[in-house]
Write a protein that binds this ligand. Structure first.
Ligand code: FAD
Length: 488
């Protein structure tokens, strides 16, 4: 039986990002995806926005321009109907990107292809047997594969999560929506309409068809039909506008659940397999891509035996709170989908609050993902936060921090006296760059912070150690994050 180092189940945005990151880290991985390429293109109409931190993560790999060139730069963050402008945030990408999910997946799939990761499409995982050294995975074509590690990126109904007996507690759905791409014979009433039932929207799509979003008066589940969609159009607009030729019709709810643990032995879950919530705020795909960037380099180090298995526990410790925050934000937005006098009053009051700098930055920091802070202990405000994309003066000229991260290798950026930080025992894993920087140090939401003399940057762009004279020992941080020193 073929044995792989890692099997990723699901080639949605999370699985694709995971595959690209693992390939960069030099780990052998395969993806198994039940959909064919054509099915993928026809079912992914939703997902409108990439938030700033996700664009930064793509920039850290040198691929942000592939997405930016095909999307529309916009201020995409909003809460309760109030747009949240982040153009004053200190980041090169002080905006979001309107780009539909099928395009995000297509571009990610191209990147993964360049790294020659095998993707078995049209192949469903039907069963799993887990043991202490890996998993046997049954596929719909009757074959069985074996993998040392299994990552469930297989969406909200994750087979992997269920097979690993990982609980998925949360809130049951209270409302359902229809979403569709269709043709209309008659001219429609374009834009968003809110009423006592919820939010409804009709929009013209780039290919001339029509995007439809409707809130149903009662909670429904299961696959919707064209007839149901037409009836719902009539009940909201008084006509179905001659709806015909559906490209796809789907239903989603406000169900919100989160995996109790993101790791069980050699099984890990990421993206919607780990957290599901309503799409309000556009957090799901973004959180999944960020989960992948957090996990892949850690798993690569464990597989290479440079780090102990316990490094994988930091994946849950860091990403579970971020997922919980996404759930909270999305659930809090649900009441604002409806319109009545009381909700209107509350929305107006919230809008007044969000027009103030402090509240706006706080909420936009969450939605944009720019304020994510992993708890790596007390210390300088940079510790555990994303490293800003500074332009520093290095030996070979000016260099951006994100460019240093293109190979997904850790970087020790020394901005103090040259030659003071000796990392020879980690030189095979950590790249040291001596440089100078004279500009400001500013973090989103927090504002200006003291200039450090050095920073240790993880492959995901988060700061693992700060040289600020606080006495925290660099060697301890190097060992914790990148393994024991090599004898020199
Ligand atoms: C209307 C709507 C709008 C949205 N808008 C946004 C937005 O603006 N921004 C945002 O960030 N998020 C948005 N989301 C959420 C986003 O679509 C999801 O969070 C995202 O698709 C999750 O990606 P994933 O890769 O984790 O899972 P999925 O996209 O669900 O991918 C899982 C993959 O696994 C495959 N699979 C499942 N089971 C198996 C199996 N047994 N064997 C093999 N393969 C399997 C599936 O075919 C699928 O391709 C929106 C969602 C909806 C419904």
């Amino acid at each position: 039986m073929t044995e792989h180092q890692v099997m990723i189940v699901g080639a949605g945005p999370t699985g694709l990002m995971m595959a690209g990151e693992l390939a960069l880290a030099g780990v052998e991985a395969v993806i198994v995806e039940r959909r064919t390429a054509e099915e993928l293109a026809s079912t992914r109409s939703g997902g409108l926005g990439l938030h700033s931190r996700t664009i930064e993560i793509l920039d850290q790999r040198g691929i942000a321009d592939r997405f930016i060139s095909q999307g529309r730069i916009a201020q995409v963050a909003s809460f309760a109907g109030t747009p949240l402008d982040i153009s004053d945030f200190p980041t090169r990408h002080n905006y979001g990107l309107a780009l539909r999910q099928k395009h995000v997946e297509r571009i990610l799939a191209g990147w993964v292809d360049e790294r020659s990761v095998p993707v078995y499409r049209g192949c469903e995982v039907t069963g799993l047997r887990l043991d202490d050294t890996g998993a046997d995975i049954d596929l719909s074509d009757g074959s069985t594969l074996r993998a040392k590690y299994l990552i469930g990126c297989d969406g909200g109904r994750s087979v992997v999560r269920k097979a690993a007996d990982i609980e998925f507690p949360g809130s049951d759905p209270t409302v359902s929506n229809l979403i569709a791409e269709i043709e209309l014979s008659d001219e429609a009433e374009w834009g968003i309409r809110r009423d006592a039932i919820g939010t409804h929207a009709l929009s013209k799509l780039e290919d001339g068809s029509v995007g439809v979003l409707l809130t149903e008066p009662q909670l429904r589940t299961g696959e919707p039909t064209l007839q149901e969609l037409k009836e719902q159009l009539v009940s909201v607009f008084g006509t179905d506008f001659g709806a015909r030729n559906p490209r796809f019709i789907s239903r989603f709810t406000d169900v919100s659940r989160q995996a109790a643990t993101y790791r069980k032995g050699r099984v890990l879950v990421a993206g919607d397999a780990a957290h599901i919530h309503p799409p309000d705020g556009g957090q799901g795909l973004n959180t999944g891509i960020q989960d992948a960037a957090n996990l892949a380099w850690k798993l690569a180090q464990v597989i290479r035996r440079t780090s102990p298995e316990s490094l994988l526990d930091t994946y849950h410790a860091e990403r579970h709170p971020v997922g919980a925050r996404a759930l909270r934000q999305a659930m809090a937005a649900i009441p604002f989908r409806r319109e009545n006098d009381r909700i209107h009053a509350l929305r107006e009051m919230l809008s007044e609050l969000l027009s103030m700098d402090g509240p706006r930055k706080r909420v936009a920091g969450v939605l944009s993902g720019l304020d994510i802070h992993y708890d790596l202990g007390e210390g300088h405000p940079l510790l555990g936060r994303r490293m800003p994309d500074l332009e520093v003066a290095a030996a070979d000229g000016s260099l951006r921090v994100f460019t240093m991260l293109h190979e997904a290798r850790p970087v020790l950026l020394n901005l103090g006296a040259q030659g003071t930080l000796d990392i020879t025992p980690w030189a095979d894993r950590v790249k040291r760059i001596d440089a100078r920087y004279v500009g400001a140090w500013e973090l989103p939401v927090l504002g200006a912070v003291n200039a450090p003399t050095a920073v240790l940057i993880r492959p995901d762009g988060h700061v693992a150690w700060v040289g600020d004279g606080s006495g925290r020992v660099l060697n301890d941080a190097l060992t914790t994050w990148f393994g024991a020193p090599r004898a020199t």
